[in-house]
Write a protein that binds this ligand. Structure first.
Ligand code: 4NP
Length: 161
């Protein structure tokens, strides 16, 4: 029997802070669980400002403190084909969720989800944009994403494996 590959795309505005963190944290989690070969994981942005750039240095530093290397990632924009290729298209905030739904091809809306709907106790909420934050915004991003990706993997195990 062939085992299914689950395709997971993390999406934020710029694809330099939150969604690269989502990609890195989830990749680390599935590797730790011995499930790396069951997943294709990527990230993208709804805006074009930072295409081709590596993740924000503050995101890289915060992730590296938790043993997660984001340095090889490069920003790209969400493409039409993503709505066919990815089983889970995970918006970091409500605004990006709304914008993804607005461009989602008819019939594919079920793929587009709010990431924090998988975070116990934070359902319906947004991962705050840390770009202009001066405090611990990048740590908050990591904490929320770690919580949500545990719930996400539980959901995938229940529904796909
Ligand atoms: P991200 O953060 O959506 O988490 O990558 C942002 C990055 C850049 C900008 C806004 C948010 N910006 O305005 O350039």
């Amino acid at each position: 029997m062939t085992t299914p590959i689950i395709n997971v795309l993390f999406v934020c505005l710029g694809n330099i802070c939150r969604s690269p963190t989502g990609e890195g944290v989830f990749r680390e989690l599935v590797e730790k669980e011995g499930l790396a070969d069951r997943f294709r994981i990527d990230s993208a942005g709804t805006a074009a400002f930072h295409i081709g750039e590596p993740p924000d240095g503050r995101s890289q530093t915060a992730a590296m403190r938790r043993g997660i290397d984001l340095s090889n990632q490069r920003a790209r924009r969400v493409r039409d084909e993503d709505f066919r290729r990815f089983d889970y298209i995970l918006a970091m905030d409500v605004e990006n969720h709304t914008n993804l739904m607005a461009v989602c091809p008819p019939g594919e809306e079920g793929r587009v989800r709010l990431l924090l709907d998988f975070a116990e106790g934070a359902e319906g909420e947004s991962v705050p944009d840390p770009y202009y934050s001066r405090g611990n915004g990048f740590e908050v991003v990591l904490d929320l994403i770690e919580l949500a990706t545990i719930g996400l993997l539980d959901d995938i195990r229940t529904n796909h494996f």
